[in-house]
Each structure stands twice: as C-alpha cells, then as structure tokens.
Design a protein around this ligand. Sequence first.
Ligand SMILES: C[S@@+](CC[C@H](N)C(=O)[O-])C[C@H]1O[C@@H](n2cnc3c(N)ncnc32)[C@H](O)[C@@H]1O
Length: 312
Amino acid sequence: MNYSTKISERMWNLPDKGELETQRELSFIDDIVQKAHIEKELLQNLDGIRTAFDGGAGSGRFSILLAKKGVYVTHFDISHSMIDKAKELAEKEGVLDKITFTTGALEDLSAYADRSFDLVMSFDAPISYTFPRQEEVIGDLVRIARRKIMISVSSRLGALPYLANPLQKHQFILDKNSPNGWIQWCMKNRDKMIDSFAFCRKKCDDTLHTGFLDDTEEAKRAYDRGETPWCITYHFMPDELERILRENGVKNVSLSGPGAFARTIPNEILIKIINDPEQKRQFLDFCYEYDRNPYVCGMGKDNLFAKGDIVD
Ligand SMILES: C[S@@+](CC[C@H](N)C(=O)[O-])C[C@H]1O[C@@H](n2cnc3c(N)ncnc32)[C@H](O)[C@@H]1O
C-alpha cells in the first residue's frame, strides 16, 4: 500500500470524522451549495438507474439519497468509522435493506466485474486521495459502470486562491457562534492568520504546475512519526479530467464547478440569502445554472464535478 492509502485510512478512521461530515451543511455555506448541486445532478439523471456504486461514500450523503429513491447502492469506503456512521443514518432513514456497505480502497476494485453498476459515482475528492493512482482509479470506476459516471475531484484552479487568502473558509461560515470546532478555530485564529500571511509567488507557481497544495514529503514523514497528516491530495485541471474520462471511452463529458458563483459573494450577504428559505431556494437553483457553465468550472469552490455516459 502506498502512503496516500495509508494516510487516508488513518485519517478517515479518526473517531470524530463521521460525525463531522454530517455537520457540514449545518456549518458551511460552500458545503450547502456543493451538496445541492450534486443532488440536482443525481436526481435529474436517475432514469434507468437501478444500481449504483458510491466510491468513498463517507457518511452516506449521496448513497442514502439514492437508496431513498429506490436505487440499490453499494456504499464503498476505506474507513469503517465512516461506514458505521452511514449505517446509523441509513437505519434512521429506513433504507438499510437498499444499501450494501463495503470497506475497501478505491485503488483495488478487482472484486467488481466490468459494467456491474448502472451508475458509478464518487464525490468530494476520494479519487484525489488515491495519488499517484488517480488516473488508474478513474479508469477502473469507468470500467465497472454500465450507463453513467459522476465524480467530483479536488480542483487545482479552484483551490489555488487559498494560497492567497487564508480567510477563504471564513467567507462560508453560516454561524460564527456555532460550537463546531472548526468554526471556533477559524474565529479564534482569524487575526493571527492575517498577521502571519505573506503572499508567495513560488508556492502558487508550484501548485499550478504540480497539483499539490501541501508538502507531500512532509505528510509522509509525519505519517511515519505516527501522526495523522491531512491526506495527500492531487488537484486536477479541468482539461486533464476531461481528457482522462474521454480516453477511458466516456461520452458526453461535461464539467462544472459547484461554488463558483457563491465565492463571488461576501459572507454577510451569503448568510442573509441562506437564512431566507425562498431566497435560498432561488439562489441554489441559480448557482446550479451558473456553476455548470464550462467557462467557470475551474473556479468551483474546492471541487471539480464531471459526468458522462457509458455507451456500448
Ligand atoms: C470528503 S469525504 C466525502 C464523502 C462522500 N462522498 C460525500 O460526498 O459526502 C471523503 C471520503 O473518501 C473516503 N476515502 C478516502 N480515501 C479513500 C480511498 N483510497 N478509497 C476509498 N475511500 C476513500 C474517506 O474515508 C471519506 O469517507
């Protein structure tokens, strides 16, 4: 097993990970936008879909949604603690019988025959955590799909602004007084983050050329010291992701960038919109339209979304 897999396994098995994942849309507006975007894509593309594979399915944000629509889902994840959380939520939703839970790494999908599932999906970057095997993993996900593939991976152009804006996550905080640990940390360290910030052209250039935001060698050393570093994350360029899907025979590939519109709006305004149900509904609908424009897809917030058809 390579470092990426080992780090992912250790990190996603931390005891609080499952619970934190379920709090995302209660805490951060970019997560609300991203989830709404993917949900719309899924719900509009369910014709003829009876079975689905969700790779890196986490706490079940999308596997449970599909199970509630009557789809039989294989919920596949490297972390048993994420799977435990997903089982708990699936039971609450009454869809345990529609979901097969499997612990495994995306780097090994040999248990699945070609064209096993009508829909293959993998959202919010599990593929990016499989570096250096991300291209091979996409090929394998396409191999086990019969009709459609939908994935979202870490976005290079979308992530780069973080390097010039340590306060980026602050823009999307829904409630500054929330007890959520990450929000508390952001608020407490806000001034320190500004004071200690200095723009570094070299770091931006390096990320633009390599696809890594963090020091991957340091992540490996930290793992060997027994620590739990953040996953080694490979960030894709839009044309690169499109090329990989096309080379694997996927047709009608289209890309989008959930969060591209929302990231142009300041926090105070976003909070007003999200706290008004009618404005929220209209806003999320418009974000979906705007973020699907291929000219803005690279500037999605964190993730680059792609979908395509598997044709005989
Ligand atoms: C950010 S979460 C996304 C979960 C879910 N897809 C969603 O959108 O809510 C990433 C998930 O990928 C899983 N993961 C990370 N590396 C993986 C790998 N190599 N194989 C399978 N799952 C992996 C983690 O355990 C975690 O549940």
